[in-house]
Write a protein that binds this ligand. Structure first.
Ligand code: HEC
Ligand code: HEC
Length: 147
């Protein structure tokens, strides 16, 4: 019986090695990617995590990437994500620090217990570049008696 199991294990080991060899270059590629100009986010953030944050910003403000990111100086059909030429990018950094401090100062328990932010870009922006400062006018508000 033992004798029959061995080749089976051998094959498993081979498959293991082959699939390991296939995933190593992919992982290496991931590790090789590094953002060039981060001042607020962790400098060793993964490409996947950064992409997800950037998509959240885009959706929260209802804009495209070029709202904050300047065009490449060498190829105007592309964006230069590391460049700080677009002023909105720096303003976004200021907003990131503010949002972080609101959560850390006023919603610390939520952050510690659930690891989630209570206030995000979307809380204020709700798909707008500049959040509204007042409620939208509601026409024909029901009149209260006695007023
Ligand atoms: C609301 C503004 C805003 C929007 C919209 C936005 N970004 Fe960013 N992005 C930033 C800021 C701010 C940084 C730098 C963060 C820091 O300094 O820690 C950044 C950094 C990056 C970086 C890292 C560049 C480097 O090498 O340093 C990439 C890549 C990037 N953004 C891609 C995108 C993509 C793709 C989109 C669209 C899906 C997008 N961003 C939308 C504000 C924005
Ligand atoms: C507490 C509410 C609040 C939160 C949270 C917030 N913002 Fe803002 N944001 C504002 C207000 C208000 C303005 C308009 C500021 C002004 O008067 O110019 C603004 C403006 C901006 C602008 C400039 C827009 C323009 O048209 O010039 C950017 C970019 C921006 N926010 C990005 C962000 C990002 C990214 C986040 C999340 C990391 C964020 N904001 C979170 C309230 C907020």
């Amino acid at each position: 019986m033992k004798y029959q199991i061995k080749p089976f294990l051998f094959i498993i080991a081979i498959i293991g090695c082959v699939s390991l060899a296939a995933t190593v270059p992919q992982q290496k590629q991931q590790q090789d990617w590094k953002a060039k100009n981060l001042k607020v986010l962790p400098k060793d953030i993964s490409k996947k995590a950064l992409d997800s944050i950037m998509h959240d910003y885009r959706d929260a403000l209802g804009v495209k990437c070029n709202f904050c990111h300047a065009k490449s100086a060498t190829d105007s059909t592309k964006l230069d994500f590391a460049s700080d030429a677009n002023r909105k990018k720096n303003f976004a950094r200021y907003m990131m620090v503010m949002t972080d401090s609101i959560n850390n100062k006023y919603f610390k328990r939520q952050l510690q217990r659930h690891g989630t932010f209570s206030v995000t870009c979307a809380t204020c922006h709700r798909g707008e570049e500049e959040p509204a400062v007042a409620m939208p006018m509601i026409e024909k508000m029901p009149q209260k008696k006695g007023e």
